[in-house]
Write a protein that binds this ligand. Structure first.
Ligand code: TV1
Ligand code: CA
Ligand code: ZN
Length: 376
C-alpha cells in the first residue's frame, strides 16, 4: 500500500539515541531491534537518514520545570545509596520509582530522547522532509514536573512546540493503547494544538484519565478529544473510530502539520495492552492520517513485545515508502527473537471485542458533536 506518495521521507537515525532508548527498562534493546529490522529489510537505503544530537538543557526547559530538571541531573550524579531518599519517597519525588527508576546517566538519556524528536521537528519545519520518523520517541506521559509511565521527558510536547514556530495549527493523534495525558495536559488550554487520543479505558488501567468529557480547558475547550474504548477492540472498529475522528474533528480543525504517536501496545497480545489490533489495522489507521496530506511526524511509544513493535514500525515505514516486504524475517543479529513464526505478521487474536455496536455508535456521535464545537 502506498501511503506517502510523492513525499520525502526522513528517518532519524542515531546510535547514541538508540543506546539511550535501549536503556529504558521495560523496552530494553527494543530501539536496536527496530533499527536492525528496518536495516536488514533494506529500508534505510530508501529514505533520507538524518542524525540527531542531544537536546540542550534550555531546550528541555521549554516544557519541563527547572526543579524537575535539577532533580534529574542530581539523580544522574548520585549513587542509589547516597540518594538518601527511601524507595516510596522517590515515588512521590518527581514521579521516579517503580515505573520510572532512577537510571544511571538519566540526564543524558533525557537529552538524547528529546533530541531525536527535535531533529524530526526540524526536518519538517525546514521543509527537508514531508514525513519525519523517530521510532525512539513518543514518550507521551511525562509531565512538566514529573516522570510517569516509563516517560522521563515529553519529547512529543517539545517537538510540537518547535513545529508551532512554523505551523500555526498542529494536530496530535495518539494511537498508543494508553491515554496521551502528558501531551493533552501541555496543550489543554491551547486552540492551536488539537490533541486526540484513542485508548483503552477500564478500571485500574493506566493512567485512568481520558474520559469523553475531558475536552480541554478555557480557550482550549474542545481542542482535546478523547476516544476511550473497551478491551479487545478489533481492527475494523479501531479504523472506524479513527475515520470518524479524522472526518469529524481533524479535517474540521484543518491542521498545518500532524504528529502521530504510533505506540505499538494496541497490537494483539501485547503484554501491557488489551486491544486486538493487527499490523494491517495500524496501517489502515495511518493511511487515513496520511491522506490529510500535511507534513507528518511519526513517533513510537509503547509496545511491550519488542519483536512485535519492530514488526509494526518496520511495516509502517515500508507502507509510507510504498514498498512491500517479504513475509520471512531475514537473518540478522536479532533473528532468534522473532520465533517461532519468524515472519513479519502480527494478526488479531480470537478474543471477543467488548465494544458493543451501541457503545461504538455513542462514541461516534459524541465525536461528531465534538467536531461541531471545533467548527464554531
Ligand atoms: C518495572 C519492571 C516496572 C517491570 C511496570 C505495567 C514495570 C509495569 C514492570 C507496568 C510492568 C504499568 C501503573 C501503578 C501506576 C502504576 C510509553 C498506581 C508488566 C508509553 C505506562 C504504563 C505505559 C504504566 C507507557 C503502568 C506508554 N503497567 N512491568 N507499569 N501505579 N503503571 O499502572 O503509554 O506505553 O508491567
Ligand atoms: Ca492513546
Ligand atoms: Zn502505551
Amino acid at each position: 500500500m502506498l501511503l506517502g506518495a510523492g513525499r520525502i521521507v526522513a528517518y532519524v537515525d542515531d546510535i547514541n539515541l538508540r543506546r539511550a532508548a535501549d536503556r529504558i527498562p521495560v523496552v530494553r534493546n527494543r530501539a536496536s531491534m527496530v533499527h536492525e529490522l528496518m536495516k536488514v529489510y533494506g529500508l534505510l537505503e530508501l529514505m533520507k537518514t538524518v542524525p540527531s544530537s542531544p537536546a540542550s538543557e534550555d531546550y528541555v526547559k521549554l516544557f519541563h520545570s527547572s526543579d524537575y530538571i535539577n532533580f534529574l541531573k542530581a539523580v544522574t550524579h548520585t549513587n542509589d545509596d547516597d540518594l538518601s531518599i527511601e524507595e516510596e519517597e522517590l515515588e512521590d519525588t518527581f514521579g521516579l520509582g517503580f515505573d520510572c527508576p532512577a537510571l544511571p546517566m538519566l540526564w543524558s538519556l533525557v537529552c538524547h530522547v528529546a533530541g531525536g524528536s527535535m531533529a524530526a521537528a526540524r526536518l519538517l519545519t525546514s521543509g527537508q522532509a514531508s514525513v519525519a520518523i523517530n521510532w525512539c520517541g513518543g514518550w507521551h506521559h511525562a509531565q512538566r514536573d514529573s516522570a510517569s509511565g516509563f516517560c522521563y521527558v515529553n519529547d512529543v510536547v517539545l517537538a510540537i512546540m518547535q513545529l508551532r514556530h512554523k505551523f500555526a495549527k498542529v494536530a496530535y493523534v495518539d494511537l498508543d493503547v494508553h491515554h496521551g495525558d502528558g501531551v493533552e495536559n501541555a496543550f489543554a488550554f491551547s486552540r492551536s494544538v488539537l490533541t486526540v487520543s484513542l485508548h483503552l479505558k477500564e478500571d485500574g488501567f493506566f493512567p485512568g484519565t481520558g474520559t469523553q468529557d475531558d475536552v480541554g480547558e478555557g480557550e482550549g475547550r474542545y481542542f482535546c478529544l478523547n476516544v476511550p474504548y473497551k478491551a479487545g477492540l478489533s481492527d475494523d472498529n479501531f479504523v472506524e473510530l479513527l475515520k470518524s475522528v479524522v472526518e469529524e474533528a481533524v479535517q474540521v480543525f484543518a491542521p498545518d502539520c500532524l504528529v502521530v504517536q504510533c505506540g505499538g501496545d494496541a497490537l494483539a497480545l501485547d503484554r501491557l495492552g488489551g486491544a486486538n489490533i493487527s499490523i494491517d489495522g495500524y496501517t489502515r489507521a495511518l493511511s487515513l492520517l496520511l491522506r490529510l496530506q500535511c507534513p507528518t511526524m511519526l513517533l513510537g511509544g509503547g509496545g511491550y513485545e519488542p519483536a512485535n513493535a519492530a514488526r509494526l514500525w518496520t511495516s509502517l515505514t515500508a507502507s509510507v515508502l510504498g514498498t512491500s516486504l517479504d513475509l520471512e524475517i531475514p537473518e540478522h543479529c536479532f533473528f532468534e527473537r522473532y520465533g517461532p513464526s519468524f515472519d513479519l505478521a502480527v494478526t488479531p487474536s480470537n478474543r471477543r471485542d467488548q465494544n458493543s455496536s451501541e457503545y461504538l455508535a455513542a462514541l461516534k456521535s459524541s465525536i461528531k458533536a465534538h467536531g461541531e464545537e471545533i467548527q464554531k
